[in-house]
Design a protein around this ligand. Structure first.
Ligand SMILES: Nc1nc2c(ncn2[C@@H]2O[C@H](COP(=O)(O)OP(=O)(O)OP(=O)(O)O)[C@@H](O)[C@H]2O)c(=O)[nH]1
Ligand SMILES: [Mg+2]
Length: 704
């Protein structure tokens, strides 16, 4: 049930809104040290006092109420549309004390919306180290709204904030009506009509609507026409009014700052960010450090994860060997070992790698280095028709394309945003990691190259391949898509912060959990369905095979073991799965794949992780040694002519196929949502599949 009282957290990007949201609600909304972490609204509930519970609404950060990008639009719609289902009754405006002038400007604009406001002053620790001291009582008096110092990163000042909220809730009716600046003096009386037409709360909301009425989704066509006509009539000049408004606010804030804020000389500490940036943003050193960081990340995915992965693998092969020994042969035993256990083992083994990957990405975000990566790569990105902001979606794409596609909302330019969305799925996501790992283990020798490990290098090569292809495709698309908007890279670089280790550990555990549960569900279902499809066949085909081998076994008792293996293979070929696989085999034979890989590719269209589960199930059904690991079974796999299935050529070809192919329903769904059209996910599916097929073919022909 919706509590009757909603508080929205509003403020400039990277000011600590989501941190406060987490403190208030106990939820775990994503927090990171760069602007644009939150791109959609999120609600939670908070007990303010014994008698008051509030809905808390976390919103994307915004610099003003004139939306310039899709994430800012989310915030503006909530604040301006009186009928919005998340319409707040109160706003906590978050102001970063270390950037007070600009943050107060936005607070003053929020105050003029006509909703009760409390200012939450964050980053006081950073302000202090910059030599900025804020007199809260004076600030409160001059701004005319309550101001509370908080540090949501350390959970400080939260109870004080709740008390002020509770007090204001009781006093609410008294607070309305006062404008920070006299808006009418800038626009004349016509805004009253706009306010009337759109049923807005304040004259300032009316000004916002008048400025962006074509973009706001809650206005209907009639309202837009009316506003347009009025604006023409009075000769409304949006940019001029906006500039005048901001100047007047700054004048007033200047006076307030003089009285309420004392600036002394900065302490040494605040220089740290500048000093670090001298190296980390240096045209040469900066890029070298960046390469080293990325390189370490990939090597450690292999190095560090190797031990826990071996433990998990052994545990599962031991368990299935043990079950095989103690259970009597039955339908149920077969299902348990070859269906369920093989499926679970296929997922659990990748937890260490997934955790390391997410740990690294969270570390980059938490320290503020991610924003530097954007800055460093702006030139490169621009040369292919994107901009520095596209890097964030691309890097988060290494974790998962779904949030990454959403992260593209912070890109203002429509064309650049669209291209970013189109190429993000080319970045190798964590779901590909299991496929890469298992295939690399099969076909790439485990040896050192200098101080590096060859398998680790190949893994990094695959990630790079996806990235380079993303750049190439962007370049091509930037020629094809014609939208002429100017674009510039503007991003505030956050101060460096120590990583919050508990946040990193929590994220790692949470992502592992999501991976096991979400991917696990799909993998389990597909493994079970597949097990059925691979264990049964149409008509009496399976019985015919059984009968044939029964006689053979009686005739040649010394070859029973070999005959049993052959029998299993022949049964698999005559099962439903076998028949389907054989049907598509001609299409994939030029790439070096057999029909079992064909089935894996088809099931992978649900989600790529399914590849390993599929392999596990298919090889388990066929093999009679349940204690072998999947890898051992795959390594031993042979074609009917006796040659190995997994050779360097077919393995590399398959790796490349998985780098490029769009095999993820969730990504397609999110691309549809973000672009509001099926055209783009369809196009994406086709171009990525074509790319995958062509490149895999070339690789197989070149190496074969
Ligand atoms: N030193 C210090 N750091 C803080 C404080 N509050 C938040 N942070 C850190 O500031 C960074 C940004 O916090 P978020 O809560 O993600 O900011 P946000 O306002 O939600 O940002 P967007 O979603 O991008 O608009 C994180 O690294 C926090 O740990 C504070 O009072 N002091
Ligand atoms: Mg946020």
């Amino acid at each position: 049930m919706r509590a009757s009282f909603t508080i929205a957290l509003v403020g400039n990007p990277n000011s600590g809104k989501s941190s406060l949201f987490n403190s208030l609600t106990g939820l775990n909304q994503r927090v990171g040290n760069f602007p644009g972490v939150t791109v959609d609204k999120k609600t939670g509930s908070c007990r303010i006092s014994d008698s008051l519970t509030a809905n808390i609404l976390d919103l994307p950060g915004t610099y003003s109420l004139y939306p310039k990008s899709a994430d800012e639009q989310v915030t503006c719609e909530v604040l301006l549309n009186r009928e919005h289902k998340d319409r707040p009754d109160m706003i906590i405006a978050i102001a970063d004390a270390s950037n007070l002038r600009r943050n107060l400007l936005f607070c003053s604009q929020i105050m003029d919306l006509g909703i009760p406001v409390i200012i939450g002053l964050t980053m006081n620790d950073i302000a202090r180290s910059k030599g900025i001291e804020v007199d809260v009582e004076e600030l409160e008096r001059m701004m005319g709204v309550p101001v509370v110092k908080i540090n949501p990163r350390r959970n400080k000042g939260i109870s004080q904030l709740k008390k002020v909220v509770a007090d204001m809730r009781l006093a609410a009716p008294a607070i309305h009506g006062r404008e920070f600046i006299d808006i009418k003096s800038h626009t004349g009386p016509w805004l009253d009509d706009v306010q009337e037409i759109c049923k807005l709360e304040s004259r300032y909301s009316a000004l916002q609507v008048a400025c962006s009425y074509m973009d706001l989704s809650f206005l209907n066509a009639a309202q837009r026409i009316q506003i347009g006509a009025l604006a023409d009539q009075v000769g409304f000049h949006k940019a001029k009014v906006q500039a005048e408004e901001v100047m007047e606010r700054y004048r007033k804030i200047g006076t307030i700052m003089d009285k309420a804020v004392a600036e002394t000389s900065p302490l040494k500490q605040s220089m740290m960010t500048d000093r670090l940036d001298k190296i980390l943003l240096h045209p040469v050193w900066g890029n070298i450090v960046l390469l080293v960081v990325l390189f370490l990340m990939f090597q450690s995915i292999f190095w560090l994860a190797e031990y826990p992965m071996t433990w998990v693998e052994n545990l599962f092969s031991y368990t299935s060997g043990w079950l095989d020994g103690v259970m009597a042969d039955s339908f149920f035993k077969d299902l348990l070992i070859n269906g369920v256990l093989a499926g679970i083992g296929g997922i659990v083994i990748f937890i260490p790698q997934i955790m390391i990957l997410f740990g690294f990405i969270t570390l980059l975000e938490d320290t503020g280095y991610m924003a530097r990566i954007s800055f460093l790569s702006d030139r490169l990105m621009r040369s292919v028709g994107l901009n520095g902001r596209s890097v964030m979606p691309l890097i988060s794409g290494m974790a998962c394309a779904v949030p990454a596609v959403m992260a593209a909302r912070t890109i203002q330019n429509r064309k650049e945003r669209l291209i970013t969305i189109m190429v993000t799925p080319l970045m190798s996501c964590s779901a590909r990691l299991p496929v890469y790992t298992i295939l690399i283990g099969l076909v790439i020798p485990d040896k050192g190259v200098g101080i590096f490990n060859l398998q680790g290098l190949v893994l990094m090569g695959l990630y790079l391949l996806g990235f380079v292809m993303a750049l190439l495709v962007s370049k091509v698309m930037s020629w094809l898509i014609k939208v002429n908007e100017r674009s510039y890279f503007l991003m505030e670089l956050p101060v460096y912060r120590a990583p919050r280790w508990n946040n990193i550990v929590t994220t790692m555990i949470e992502k592992a959990k999501i991976f096991v549960v979400d991917a696990g569900k799909v993998i389990m279902i597909i493994s079970l369905v597949l097990w059925v499809l691979a264990s049964f066949g149409p008509g009496d085909r399976m019985d015919v095979v059984t009968a044939k081998y029964e006689t053979l076994k009686q005739e040649q008792p010394d070859r029973v073991a070999e005959l049993e293996r052959k029998e299993n293979t022949e049964k698999l070929e005559n099962s439903y799965a076998g028949i389907m696989g054989k049907a598509i085999e001609p299409a994939i034979r030029p790439l070096g794949y057999d029909w079992k890989i064909g089935i894996a590719i088809i099931t992978s269209f649900a989600a790529r992780e399914v590849f390993v589960g599929t392999m596990a199930t298919l090889y388990s059904v066929e093999s009679d040694e349940s204690s072998d690991t999947i890898r051992e079974k795959m390594r031993a796999a042979r074609r009917p002519d006796g040659s190995l299935v997994y050779t360097l050529a077919s393995g590399v070809s398959l790796l490349i196929f998985y780098v490029f192919a769009m095999q993820c329903m969730s990504t397609m769904a999110i691309v549809k949502r973000e672009t509001r059209s099926w055209k783009y996910p369809a196009l994406q599916f086709v171009y990525m599949l074509a790319l995958a097929y062509a490149c895999a073919w070339i690789a197989f022909q070149a190496l074969g």
